[in-house]
Structure formats: structure tokens, C-alpha cells
Write a protein that binds this ligand. Sequence first.
Ligand SMILES: NC(=O)c1ccc[n+]([C@@H]2O[C@H](COP(=O)([O-])OP(=O)(O)OC[C@H]3O[C@@H](n4cnc5c(N)ncnc54)[C@H](OP(=O)(O)O)[C@@H]3O)[C@@H](O)[C@H]2O)c1
Length: 314
Amino acid sequence: MFYLLCKHRKQDMQYRYSGHSGLQLPVLSLGLWHNFGSVDTYDNARAMLLRAFDRGITHFDLANNYGPAPGSAELTFGRVLREDLATHRDEMIVSSKAGYLMWGGPYGDGGSRKYLMASCDQSLKRTGLDYFDIFYSHRYDPHTPIEETMQALVDIVRSGKALYAGISNYPADKQQECYQYLREAHVPCVLSQYKANLLHTETLTDNLPLAIDNGSGFICYSPLAQGLLTDRYFHGIPADSRAARPEGYLQREQVTPEIMARVMRLNEEAAAEGLTLAQYALRGLLRQQGVTSVIIGASSVEQLDKNLSAVEDI
Ligand SMILES: NC(=O)c1ccc[n+]([C@@H]2O[C@H](COP(=O)([O-])OP(=O)(O)OC[C@H]3O[C@@H](n4cnc5c(N)ncnc54)[C@H](OP(=O)(O)O)[C@@H]3O)[C@@H](O)[C@H]2O)c1
């Protein structure tokens, strides 16, 4: 495998600088939100992680609550790292986040210093890492002063628990405040993470330009709209799909005739360019100026391979 790793890496993958930083990210990153939890098959999760790394995906995106059970995706990643990839830590960018509900009581949700600090420590323990490459505030918390959340990120970086700071899902006015605070603290926001895909383009107009103006990289999540922008739902809802799984974030009710009509129109546009819908969706995002990387999800090595082939010649 390690031989393959070297052979593939140069051929298959392209890397882009994240904003004005020296950090390069692969154009495709792999997210562990679904399919890497304790309810999933470990061997499949392991195979996807190894395949991704073999093909040059050096960036793995986690959060404290990914699973289910919450935290278990970090445990899965930690096990693969320990058992298969321990000697490759320095070739990887691993991110985690805190911001959504993780544990009960007032300190396991939101943007307080108390929550971010404790959660970062817990995530390090679960993954077995000494540090994260990127640690994010996962969302804006209107009940916590933005200065408190940003100072927690600064201190996480200064204490060596993360190398870079990032933000995710902040509305544009708050996003700008984050950039300014972090810049003045000399811990610039290296990466901004937002949902963006052909069915959800608002962040490309509202948040991407601000990231560019402030020298932050921009990474898009759910680029395939959780599978809607692939052939997965062309003929109904397959039993093994995210929309059919009780714990999946894509609900059965979201696969509406109206959405599928839009999807089929997009599929015709893709076909006119000689592409599959998934290829069209990924390539479109990566052509946007200022987009550093897109974070895909996958439930099999085959899906991963198909998505990688979409960007080989981007
Ligand atoms: N910052 C945030 O708040 C936030 C929020 C959400 C996600 N994220 C990050 O973004 C990552 C990706 O999100 P996502 O999983 O929603 O991404 P996505 O790439 O839009 O959707 C992934 C799903 O699409 C289906 N799929 C992928 N490739 C396919 C192919 N070639 N053919 C057919 N179906 C295919 C699979 O669904 P099936 O399981 O049905 O096979 C797969 O699980 C997450 O893991 C996480 O790291 C961040």
C-alpha cells in the first residue's frame, strides 16, 4: 500500500494553497460525518480511509459529534491511524470542530471557551493525536461574545493543540468579525467551511467573496447534496442510501418530486458536457475562484474512486 501511496499521489491529486497561507489541501478532501461511526462497518470505513490516502487525499475532516454515536468517527479515524497509518501522520491534515450539541448541560454546546477547550481535549484523546492541523468553531453562537469564541481558537493554536484556526457556518457579518479578530491576534483564519453545491449556492455569493478578501481558504461541504447530486435517487430511494437510514441527515421527505425534477435537469446539463451528475457537481465547485477544496462523503470505495476520477484533469 505504501508503494501505491507514493505512485498515485503525484499522478492523481492536485493541491491548492488555502487562502494566503502556506497550507496546501487536496482538491478533494474526505469527510467522516456519515459512514465512519460505531453503527457502521469498521472494515469498510478503514478501506475508504486507506484508499483515499493512497490516492492523494491528505485531508480528513472530523467533528466532535460525527458518528453515530457522537465521537465514534474520531475513534474510528484514530484506530486506522494507529493501526495502519501511524508513520504517515506528517503527510496528513486532520481537522476537527466543536459548536453543535455534544454532551448534556450548559458546557457541551455552542461557542463558549469552556466548551471549545474541553471538546478539543476530548477529540484529541479519541483520535489519539497530539494536535489537530485545523480546529474550527463549528457555528456561530449568538449567546457567546464572538471575541470569547475566537480567543479560545487563538489559545488552542498557541497551546499547540492545533496548528491553524478555522470557522464554519458563520453568517457573513459575523464571519468578517472572526477574520478581523483572528488576524489581529496573529492567528489568521486559514480555512472557512460552508455548505455549497448546485442546489445550494448562497454561500458562494454571501461567504466566499469575504473569505477571498480576507485571505482565508474556502472549503465546501456536502458538494453532492448528500447524494442527491448523483445517480443515487434517480429510481427511488435505495435501501442502503443515506435517505433510507434512520440516522441519516438526508430525510426521506427531502427527496421530493420537485427536487428530483431539478436534479434531472442538472443531469441533462451534465450529460451535455459528457459528464455524470456527480462529476459535473464536483468540477463546477472546483472551478469557482477561491475554492480551495471540496469535502466529499462516501459510503464505499467505489464511490470514492468515481469521485476522484471526476477531478483528475481539473
Ligand atoms: N461544517 C459543517 O457544518 C458540515 C456539515 C455537513 C458536512 N460537513 C463535512 O462535509 C463532509 C461531506 O458531507 P456529505 O457527506 O454531505 O457530502 P456529499 O459528498 O454531498 O454526500 C456524500 C454522500 O453522497 C453519496 N455519494 C457520494 N459519492 C457518490 C457517487 N459517486 N455515486 C452515488 N452516490 C454517491 C453517498 O451517499 P450514500 O450514503 O447514500 O451512499 C455519500 O455518503 C462531511 O463528512 C463533513 O466532514 C461539514
